[in-house]
Design a protein around this ligand. Structure first.
Ligand code: 5GP
Ligand code: ZN
Length: 129
């Protein structure tokens, strides 16, 4: 998809703070995080949404989510993880992605706006350390 921003990120045309990459997936920090460590899990192949992604790729996305959670707990001290997936209305980028949003004790999250966030660079360094 020539005009897809996430395909451009996957192809390396646009930079991203990537914390994991394999044959099927790319995982990066969201440019406008809801909380510290907000990640986007993308399939490398372009699927528009949940309703056209292949089930085996979806399985890899879920398996990755389970795999990364202990690392998020250890490195960011989060105490929960909220998954968000928008399809159609509410979906800004039409390339399937699963939001992994770390949650923290004591926080009262407003999914529309969240104060008290660290610099993305700092979070990236924590995760890659
Ligand atoms: P959606 O509303 O489609 O579920 O979410 C799209 C997400 O992609 C938003 O959270 C937005 O901040 C993020 N995003 C949009 N453009 C970029 C980008 O160029 N780089 C990164 N890392 N995230 C992006
Ligand atoms: Zn795409």
């Amino acid at each position: 998809m020539n005009d897809c921003i996430f395909c451009k990120i996957i192809n390396g045309e646009i930079p991203s703070k990537t914390i994991h990459e394999d044959e099927f997936l790319k995982v990066m920090l969201d440019i406008n995080p809801k909380t510290n460590g907000h990640l986007l899990v993308l399939p490398k192949k372009h699927y528009e949404n949940l309703f056209d992604i292949e089930d085996d790729i979806l399985e890899k996305i879920i398996a990755y989510t389970k795999e990364i959670y202990p690392t998020l707990k250890e490195k960011l001290n989060c105490t929960g993880l909220t998954l968000v997936n928008n399809n159609g209305h509410g979906q800004d980028v039409k390339h399937f992605h699963l939001h992994l949003i770390p949650r923290y004790d004591g926080e009262k999250i407003d999914m529309e706006a969240c104060d008290n966030k660290d610099d993305i660079e700092k979070i990236y360094n924590k995760l890659m350390d």
